[in-house]
Design a protein around this ligand. Structure first.
Ligand SMILES: [Zn+2]
Length: 700
């Protein structure tokens, strides 16, 4: 009897062991099956996105950054792409582990493999529904927001399902670990240690540290990409488009008729920071090879010597690579590199989207975090917080921050409602106006953040845009001045006076005219005179103004400023200022309303290379050659004179009348000789890289 009992016991024991072994094998198999399915879903999703997208992800990436297959040999680019793929795999591997552990407690209820498989399938499905629902709820413009508009993309449903799945997981974890005391205590310890880290990270975004008062003013330059002054109330636009910016401007000194040195973000910002024209500082195109640009910024050197913290912040760095190598203490924004465009075009997967706006994303997805170019998840509030949190509280700040929501392709995290009363058939212009409302709210929140942190207790703020934007609007179009010219309509049609985008055509006035305003704050309130300063100004006037205000002096080795300090209201500028504007590449396709990627590729692909650090730059040889293709303009009083690279005609524009004529047929009394002389003198250094037409027009 005793023997029998022992036998039964042994049988029971070995049965139990068998079960245990079965269940452990089955869990491993479950994990592999889960991971394989999750990875398969990625492939299916990518193909699905390709199907519903007019342009494939890769061709769009190509079009935006002119990447060729040969570029894929760049070590930096491969490392960045490898890191991204590794993180995507890791996140899915962790998710598969969560699903597998969650299955364990259900598997213990039955020995039947069919039941187990059914349990697994149901759990997998519930997890997937949860991820897809949350993605559709938080990021409705995601291409995989397939539950959008269904009860599944409802906050209550997602909350309940999420709670159930988390409870299931925690229960299964405790159940698995409880019998193994040491493991359980170790896990509990890790969790306890991790909790404060998580809480700190969550709270970090809401913390508000008050700045200590300094006798040196904070100097803050706020740039809004592509903001056209004629879309603001002081130029007669509907106040509803940008109520907060308009309110800010009503308290500012606005410098009327300010031009960008070139309608491109990086070149414009280099002009702002150096106080020099592109021909002086060498930054003549976006993505300029660093060795051809004078990277020393005397403004930053002088401010740092006075104890300032210098910060450069930008939420889209594809075309603007200003960072710490320009002397800044801090650069805030997504990582810079060719991988940006490729990763952003592949990234739209539910699990990635749900991680992008968490603090960990800073390390997990450095190319997607606070990246406005990945518009599907971009959160303006998060970028604001990141910049505000980066400001020094124990010393004065110099901050240059640039908001890019207004940049092409005018998309956002949320869908834009169509207001039929304002629809004029111009999709880009409609979306642009909708995005103005969004950037207006972002700037307002940012200003309130500065105020709340005491950063406006003593501050000089400049509000500006880096360029305008061409939408081929009827009201922007220059007309041929027949009164002062013998020209016919035929040649009117031949001359391209309008263009899409920015930096593409100097004759499209709306591309180069920008906003420039300044406000002096004391104790959080504006204390300056408000009004419109008449005259001609350039973005390059900002740096000399800061030098004058701070009583800084240039060092002997520094090039002098091209810009002039901005004047107070009622100062008579004499009207003798000349302001120069040069175009970027005359590429029409890249800023066209619908990108023709093949056209862009054939026009510009060979101009770029990817360096070992993974960054795209223009090839030095192409850089020199492209300078030949520039349009060059000078503004003087109500006139603009433009040299075209492939045309012997010099174009004279009356900016007040919005009319143009060719100088060859011109019979009026515009001061064009003075203008031509000053322009030729300004671009004298370009002689070797100027077209023969331009050189002969200048009598070089
Ligand atoms: Zn820009």
């Amino acid at each position: 009897m005793a023997k029998d009992m022992g036998c039964v016991c042994m049988n029971k024991e070995s049965n139990h062991n068998n079960n245990k072994r079965n269940s452990s094998i089955s869990l491993m198999r479950t994990y592999i099956r889960t991971l394989a399915l999750l990875l398969l879903f990625i492939v299916v999703f990518i193909n699905y996105k390709q199907l519903i997208q007019f342009y494939s992800a890769f061709s769009l990436a190509n079009a935006m950054t002119q990447i060729e297959i040969e570029h894929l040999s760049s070590k930096g680019l491969l490392l960045d792409l490898g890191y991204f793929l590794g993180i995507v795999f890791l996140l899915h591997a962790c998710w598969a582990a969560v699903i597998t552990v969650s299955c364990r407690s259900w598997f213990l209820l039955s020995d039947n493999d069919n039941v187990k498989t059914q349990c697994w399938l149901i759990l997998l499905l519930l997890h997937y529904i949860f991820i897809l629902s949350a993605n559709a709820y938080f990021y409705p413009t995601s291409l995989l927001g397939i539950f959008r508009g269904t009860p599944l993309a409802n906050g209550v449903f997602i909350g309940i399902l999420g709670t159930l799945l988390i409870t299931n997981f925690i229960f299964a974890m405790v159940q698995a670990l409880l019998p193994r005391k040491r493991l359980f205590i170790a896990s509990a310890l890790v969790m306890t240690l991790l909790t404060p880290v998580v809480i700190y990270n969550v709270l970090r975004t809401t913390e508000q540290t008050l700045a200590t008062s300094s006798d040196k003013p904070n100097i803050i330059i706020i740039g809004i990409d592509g903001l056209r002054p004629d879309h603001l109330a002081h130029k007669g636009a509907d106040n509803k488009l940008a109520p907060n910016i308009n309110k800010l401007l009503s308290q500012s000194l606005i410098y009327d008729r300010t031009y960008t040195p070139q309608g491109r973000t990086y070149v414009a910002w280099m002009g702002i920071l150096t106080g020099q024209y592109p021909i002086t500082n060498g930054a003549r195109f976006n993505l300029a090879p660093p060795e051809l640009v004078d990277l020393r910024l005397p403004l930053i050197t002088a401010l740092k010597a006075q104890g300032y913290q210098a910060t450069y912040a930008m939420d889209e760095r594809r075309f603007n690579q200003i960072d710490e190598s320009y002397g800044f203490d801090k650069a805030i924004g997504p990582k810079i590199g060719a991988a940006d465009a490729i990763i952003a075009s592949f990234a739209d997967l539910p699990l990635i989207n749900l991680w992008v706006n968490t603090p960990a994303s800073h390390w997990l997805f450095p190319y997607l975090y606070i990246n406005r170019a990945y518009g599907k998840t971009y959160n303006p509030h998060l970028f604001n917080q990141e910049v505000l949190n980066g400001l020094a509280v124990d010393k004065p700040n110099f901050l240059a921050v640039h908001f890019c929501q207004l940049h092409w392709p005018f998309t956002s995290k949320d869908f834009i409602e169509l207001d039929k009363s304002r629809w004029d058939g111009n999709y880009n212009h409609y979306m642009y106006q909708e995005m103005i409302k969004k950037v207006d709210r972002q700037v307002d929140e940012f200003m309130k953040g500065l105020q709340g942190r005491g950063q406006l207790n003593n501050a000089q703020v400049y509000l500006l845009s880096d360029h305008g934007e061409g939408f081929m609007l009827a009201k922007d179009r220059l007309t041929l001045d027949k009164l002062h010219s013998s020209q016919t309509e035929d040649s009117d049609n031949r001359l391209n006076v309008a263009a899409w985008g920015h930096g593409t055509n100097n004759l499209a006035q709306e591309q180069s005219e920008v906003l420039l305003a300044s406000i002096r704050y004391k104790q959080g309130k504006p204390v300056n005179q408000a009004g419109v300063v008449k005259g001609l100004f350039s973005l390059i006037d900002v740096a000399p103004s800061i030098f004058e205000m701070q009583d800084f002096k240039l060092e002997p080795q520094d090039n002098p400023f091209d810009g002039r300090p901005l004047k107070a209201l009622d100062t008579n500028t004499g009207g003798e200022e000349y302001v120069f504007v040069e175009s970027s590449l005359p590429v029409n396709a890249i800023n066209a309303s619908f990108i023709d990627d093949k056209k862009v590729m054939s026009e510009t692909a060979s101009h770029y290379e990817i360096r070992d650090n993974g960054r795209i730059v223009m090839k030095p040889a192409a850089y020199q050659a492209n300078i030949r293709l520039k349009q060059r303009s000078v503004y003087y009083q109500d006139w603009q004179l433009t040299l075209l690279p492939k045309d012997n005609n010099i174009i004279l524009v009356n900016t007040r009348e919005k009319s143009w004529q060719s100088l060859a047929n011109y019979q009026g009394d515009a001061p064009w000789r003075k203008m031509l002389n000053s322009m030729c003198k300004h671009y004298e250094k370009d002689l070797d890289s100027m077209s023969e037409y331009n050189a002969s027009n200048c009598n070089f």
